[in-house]
Structure formats: structure tokens, C-alpha cells
Design a binder for this molecule. Structure first.
Ligand SMILES: Cc1cc2nc3c(=O)[nH]c(=O)nc-3n(C[C@H](O)[C@H](O)[C@H](O)COP(=O)(O)OP(=O)(O)OC[C@H]3O[C@@H](n4cnc5c(N)ncnc54)[C@H](O)[C@@H]3O)c2cc1C
Length: 287
């Protein structure tokens, strides 16, 4: 096996230049929790590793007028513990809290989690329901990508080989809105979700639902929202009957995948259960 060249750029332009220079031979390394496993299992064999570890300027959280800005190199553990995120969206802080275990969260970055495009992940479903968008930097400059357009399939995103994800932006929710994240894990020896549900609902002063967004992850290749089903809630009170109908429509409307965490039939059943729980939580404000 040829030795891997380890490069440590100290700023983003240098990292992008190195990526462009080494093209298909290079792999970016952030926290390394996914890359190192892939190297050990010989699923990848890059000749160059470009570490982002010496570019600290992309490790931040900022509240701006348009919402919460999170640098892609922020560690999931820091996001989980952030008072700013807990105030901004308790459901988002909870999502970070239930990623893997504390050892992984101490190392893993949000940018790495999204860029890996592993379907069995937590943040993608919640961030899709929150309508997050991403900032990406490449040789041609910066571009913004709605998260809903970011994932193309299993482990594949729209990122070009020489692009780096730099920032995740989550629009502020109105004070009349509530969000919830529910994760179902079917294998106790690991923390990865079998089904992930992110839900956000905004309510009118009379208690009817103004807007509902429900994103399913982990049970499907990429996070999925069913807009026609979400629209069933518009102008309605989220009664137990309506919640059951929406949960049923999600279970029937998606085409779940099958893997070690569950069959397609089982996942369909769990989608029904966990959409219901997430919607009850956004209605009742439990979290
Ligand atoms: C034991 C274990 C349990 C886990 N359980 C869960 C779980 O329950 N829920 C969950 O959501 N996840 C889980 N994960 C996955 C974990 O969250 C991810 O491995 C982690 O978030 C990846 O982040 P990283 O910084 O370590 O990325 P790395 O491993 O460094 O990189 C991952 C991928 O993204 C690319 N990359 C990294 N940063 C960028 C960037 N800024 N721009 C472009 N590309 C980039 C890399 O080239 C690589 O392809 C688990 C992982 C392990 C090892």
C-alpha cells in the first residue's frame, strides 16, 4: 500500500487549491469519524488526505438577522451543549444530543455529518424540516444550496470534488412555531437511526396550524418531505385524528429501504408511530 500524503492547510483558499490540485486522489478530513473507518475498511484509498483541522475560523455559531449560522467545522458536542442553540431551537439541540455517543460527538463535525451523506444520520431530517441551507466554497467562489437539494443518494451530494461545505444556516422560527425531533433506533449496540423524523409546525393565534413541515430520514435514501401531506394540516387544528391521518399518509407515501436496522415493512410501521409522536409533541409542546 502506498503511504498517504497528509496535508494541513491553514486557510480555506489553500484547502480549495489543494483539493483542485489533487482532484480525485484527495479526501477531505474533518473530525475523521467516518473517513478513518472507511480507510480502515479499505472502502476508500486516497493518496492525499487534506485535513481541515487547522482552519479554526469555520468553528462558530452566530445568531444573525436571517437565523442561526453554524460553521461546518463545529463539533456536534459543542452544538449539543450550546446555550444559543438550545434557546434557538430545543429540538435542534436535542437532535445533536442523540447523535451517536459522546466520544463520536466530541470529534464529529456538522459539516462532516452532512457531507458524508450517510442516510442513517440524525441532523439531515431535522435540518430539512427546519429548511436549512448551506454555504459551499470552491474555486469559483461561494454558492448557497438548500439542504433539500444537497443529498443526491447514498453517500452522494451535489458537492463538486473541489468544493468545501463551510456553513449551515437555519432560518429563525416565529415564536408561534414549535419543532420536534424523534429518532427510532432498532439496534441497541449502535446509535444510528432506523427512522428519523423532524417536524416543525407554526400555529395561528386560534390554535390552527399555519404551516407544517415533516421530514423523514434514515428510512429512506435521502430526507423526504411530502408536501401534499403537510398541506393537510394547513388551517386545521392538529387533532388526534388529523395527526393519525398524516402519520398514515407518510407511512403509505414513502418507499422505505431495507437494511440491518429493519425491513421496509417494519420501517413503514415505525414511520407511522414516530410521525405521530413528533406531531403530538409539536402540538402539545412537550419539549
Ligand atoms: C460509532 C459511530 C456511531 C455513529 N452514530 C451516528 C448517529 O447515531 N447519528 C448520526 O447522525 N451519525 C452517526 N455517526 C456518524 C457520525 O456522525 C459522522 O461520522 C460524523 O458526523 C462525520 O463527521 P466528521 O467530522 O468526523 O467527518 P469526516 O469523517 O472527517 O468526513 C466525513 C465525510 O465528509 C467529507 N467532509 C468532511 N468535512 C467536509 C466539508 N466541510 N466539506 C466537504 N466535505 C467534507 C469527508 O471528505 C468525508 O467524505 C456515527 C459514527 C460512528 C463512528
Amino acid at each position: 500500500m502506498n503511504p498517504i500524503k497528509f496535508l494541513e492547510p491553514t486557510d480555506l483558499p489553500e484547502a480549495i487549491a489543494l483539493l483542485s490540485q489533487h482532484a480525485d486522489d484527495a479526501k477531505l478530513l474533518a473530525g475523521g469519524t467516518s473517513v478513518v473507518l472507511m480507510l480502515q475498511q479499505r472502502l476508500i484509498a486516497p493518496s492525499v488526505l487534506i485535513s481541515l483541522g487547522r482552519i479554526p475560523s469555520y468553528d462558530y455559531m452566530r445568531l444573525e438577522e436571517d437565523g442561526l449560522h453554524i460553521g461546518a467545522l463545529s463539533r456536534i458536542r459543542d452544538l449539543e451543549r450550546s446555550e444559543m442553540i438550545r434557546k434557538f431551537s430545543p429540538a435542534l439541540a436535542h437532535t445533536f444530543h442523540v447523535v451517536a455517543n459522546v466520544r463520536v460527538r466530541n470529534q464529529a463535525t456538522l459539516g462532516g455529518n452532512l457531507s458524508a451523506a450517510d442516510y442513517a444520520a440524525d441532523p439531515p431530517a431535522m435540518l430539512t424540516a427546519l429548511d436549512a441551507h448551506l454555504r459551499v466554497q470552491g474555486p469559483a467562489g461561494m454558492r448557497e444550496i438548500p439542504l433539500r437539494d444537497f443529498f443526491l443518494g447514498f453517500y452522494v451530494t451535489v458537492l463538486e470534488p473541489e468544493e468545501i461545505l463551510t456553513e449551515v444556516i437555519i432560518p429563525s422560527l416565529p415564536s408561534s412555531a414549535r419543532a420536534a425531533y424523534h429518532k427510532y433506533t432498532s439496534i441497541s449496540a449502535e446509535g444510528r437511526p432506523c427512522v428519523a423524523v423532524g417536524a416543525v409546525a407554526d400555529f395561528q393565534p386560534d390554535g390552527t396550524c399555519a404551516d407544517l413541515r415533516v421530514a423523514i430520514g434514515a428510512a429512506v435514501e435521502t430526507p423526504q418531505r411530502l408536501k401534499a401531506v403537510e398541506a393537510m394540516a394547513t388551517g386545521q387544528v392538529l387533532s388526534d385524528e388529523l395527526i393519525a391521518a398524516i402519520a398514515e399518509a407518510y407511512a403509505k407515501g414513502l418507499d422505505p429501504l431495507a437494511d440491518v436496522r429493519g425491513t421496509a415493512w417494519y420501517r413503514r410501521e415505525m414511520i407511522r408511530v414516530f410521525v405521530k409522536r413528533a406531531l403530538q409533541e409539536v402540538r402539545d409542546g412537550a419539549r
